[in-house]
Design a protein around this ligand. Sequence first.
Ligand code: FEO
Length: 399
Amino acid sequence: MYCCRKVTDDLFWVGANDRKLARFEGVYAVPRGMAYNSYLLMDEKTVLFDTADAAVAERFFENIAHVLGDRPLDYVVVHHMEPDHSATLGALLLRHPGAQIICNAKTAGLIRQFGLPAAADGAMIVKEGETFSTGKHTLSFINAPMVHWPEVMMTYETAEGILFSADAFGSFGALDGALFADEVDFDRDHLDEARRYYANIVGKYGPQVQNVLKKAAALDIRMLCPLHGFVWRSDIAKILEKYSLWSSYTPEEKGVVIATGSVYGHTDNAAEILSCMLREAGVRTVMYDLASVPAADVVAAVFRYSHLVVASATTNNGLFVKTEDFLHDLTAHNIQNRTVGIIENGSWAPVAGKLIRERLAGCKNMQVLESGVTIKSALGDAQRAELEALAAALKESME
Ligand code: FEO
């Protein structure tokens, strides 16, 4: 049975939610599910903005059929060809053979690559700045390359100031009936998932997001309609400001993420003592055990806070494997502008500290503190002073 929501008088949310999905993109745990947003404009011409993931095809097509009633679908705007939005494009065109695709030239190439050459041949190819009237509404097209694939395009609806923003401004999590961000306590219940989504899905492409934010600043945006997560119709400046911080790799707040890769607990012990010292000094800390917390969650925390401490065991003359995974993920997402402290452990040949420095060397503006701690097996009494020195250096670097 259809399950839609009205967005404006002429615009309807016809997307669908998947609460059975274990891992988005095969990697990211989504315990609160995933929303695949699609929007249908009912003007003199009917226009669908993006299709949806194959897993939600049944509900998606029911929703379109309900909103269209006895009218045909005239156009489908394809903003992004990643299959979480395009996997049902072929099936849509079978159901609505009169519908014409509107997309840019790069998208047409991907439509061919994904096995729909005839649809690509018949597409209306648009360029940035071109407009298209559907009757009462005018659509203007904006390229947004690498947010988060090269072909990505956004559409700005000029009459009501609606930006169809593709993956940008999205979030992990299914929509539980609430469609608009102002229908929930976003900061309390959803900001963390929006950050985790940003850091892991779009985080690598900060400069490209900054380019889109510059384009957005020239528009009168009264509504943001992303492909995942909530629609924004109020407080739009709040999510734009978060994107400005995240995409410029600017911390949201002062605090220390302590990420520990500990085999038998001695490295973790040192990290926890450091965390106690920092807390006693009034510094906010958050600890993650890299062996049990997904790297994606820790990456998101690093996007939030100003400082990072990596505490790691040495194994096989290298980094503890979970520390290696985390640093790979962190640097792959282009992290910058953080102050870093290091605790290393190694019973006979500690090399973790050297390797952590090497892994972070390619990141821009990462200040690794000179004060570090080397543990051989377990922490000795004399080393409390080294931890105190590290805590003091971390605190001082925040002031
Ligand atoms: Fe939600 Fe890049 O796809």
